[in-house]
Design a binder for this molecule. Structure first.
Ligand SMILES: *Cc1c(COP(=O)(O)O)cnc(C)c1O
Length: 393
């Protein structure tokens, strides 16, 4: 579609893929095929040389991928996108395509735990240096960049503490030093935050969360310039984190309603965070939309909504928090976020399963912290469930 910047997200989500293929089907077809036939020897020889060819071999590309890629790129305001088999597929493919032995990466102390492991364990195995900084401190990013730094990676709001990174400031100082910036935009979704508009070079997503939105698939996405995507493609091809066409189609179907779902998540998020903040048995609420959030001003500057996933702390310890979790009825205890159903996790229990005690502390996870992903149920019913569980504390 032309004039994309003037078309609203609700419309882009429905129509941004309309030029990908000519078909009378109103709902898009699923190209459930691993390979595509060429019509001549010359065409075959040509297909083999084109990066991200949509009709050669599905590890390279597929028209169903192309459709959902067109929509994600339009929503993020990027030139193009590549979908992957999971969010970690997107993050590992992007990072591994940009670094070489001897290079240096600056990232946050509190990333999604898979990213923390990639940065803290896998990259150093291949001779890549990593410095982790406090995401709320712009100067810490500046000071950490060396002559060997090739990537600055950020994630905002971060998981589960909902701390923010100043995207425009970090993007500007990295650009000055010729360093590529990557932002994990999973929590905000392009409806609440568009990092490319703020100067970030590459956006990555766990499409498993808000983009898919129905807790029924795993997927990832990388959004950046077409030139950079062609480069990343050489790595994605050999790493092979390929999204199945059916899951690409499911993500496309989910994304059609992303703008209206996120609007509702934002509304419920504000209502529930405000209610929680008034409860005597709640010690703290970490929601960027609350005026009490230490970075509320920054949130208002770089986000257009504050989402439905955040954390809060139960008064007062691990055992009381376990009782709270046991008191939930409608809300299920499950990892993941961004779908129709409200899900909650006792954060310390979850993080301890994956990370060392030191990494858990670095992630800012307190023993009494609950992460909640508000679904699309009525806010009143979510509040009633939380009220019942607080009664058990
Ligand atoms: C879930 C998540 C990921 C990883 O995505 P998967 O699809 O589970 O691989 C990365 N970053 C953030 C912020 C996430 O929430």
């Amino acid at each position: 579609m032309t004039h994309e910047s003037r078309i609203r997200a609700e419309t882009l989500a429905v129509h941004a893929d309309q030029d990908v293929e000519e078909t009378a089907d109103v709902a898009p077809p699923i190209h459930m095929t691993s390979t595509f036939a060429a019509s001549s020897a010359a065409e075959f020889a040509e297909m083999a040389t084109v990066p991200r060819h949509p009709r050669y071999y599905t590890r390279d590309g597929n028209p169903t991928h192309q459709r959902v890629e067109a929509v994600i790129a339009a929503l993020e305001g990027g030139e193009g996108a590549t979908v992957t088999a999971s969010g970690m597929g997107a993050i590992s493919t992007t990072l591994l395509s940009l670094v070489r032995a001897g290079d240096h990466v600056v990232a946050q102390r509190n990333h999604y735990m898979g990213s923390s492991k990639l940065l803290g364990e896998l990259l150093p195995r291949f001779g890549v240096g990593v410095t982790l900084v406090d995401q709320t401190d712009v100067d810490a990013f500046r000071e950490a960049i060396t002559d060997r730094t090739v990537v600055v990676m950020v994630e905002t709001p971060s998981n589960p503490t909902c701390q923010l990174t100043d995207l425009a400031a970090v993007a500007a100082l990295a650009r000055e030093r010729g360093v590529t910036t990557i932002c994990d935009n999973t929590f905000a979704s392009p409806i609440n935050q568009r990092p490319l508009d703020l100067g970030i070079d590459v956006v990555v997503h766990s499409g498993t969360k808000y983009l898919g939105g129905h807790h029924d698939l795993l997927a990832g996405a990388i959004v950046t310039t077409n030139e950079r995507l062609d480069e990343i493609w050489h790595t994605s091809q050999v790493l092979g984190a390929v999204l199945g066409p059916l899951d690409a189609w499911l993500m496309l179907r989910g994304i059609r309603t992303l703008p209206i779902r996120v609007r509702q998540h934002n509304e419920t998020g504000c209502a529930v965070a405000n209610w929680l903040e008034r409860q005597p048995k709640v010690a703290a609420v970490h929601y960027p939309g609350l005026p009490s959030h230490p970075q509320h001003e920054l949130a208002r500057r770089q986000m257009t909504g504050f989402g439905g996933t955040f954390s809060f702390q139960v008064d007062s310890g691990y055992a009381e928090t376990e009782r709270f979790m046991a008191g939930l009825r409608m809300t299920r205890q499950a990892v993941s976020l961004g779908g129709l159903e409200t899900l909650a996790v006792h954060a310390a229990a979850m993080w301890n399963g994956f990370l060392s005690d030191e990494q858990v502390r670095e992630a800012g996870v307190e023993p009494n912290m609950v992460r909640i992903s508000l679904g699309l149920e009525a806010a009143e019913d979510i509040v009633a469930d939380l009220e019942g569980a607080l009664g058990a504390v």
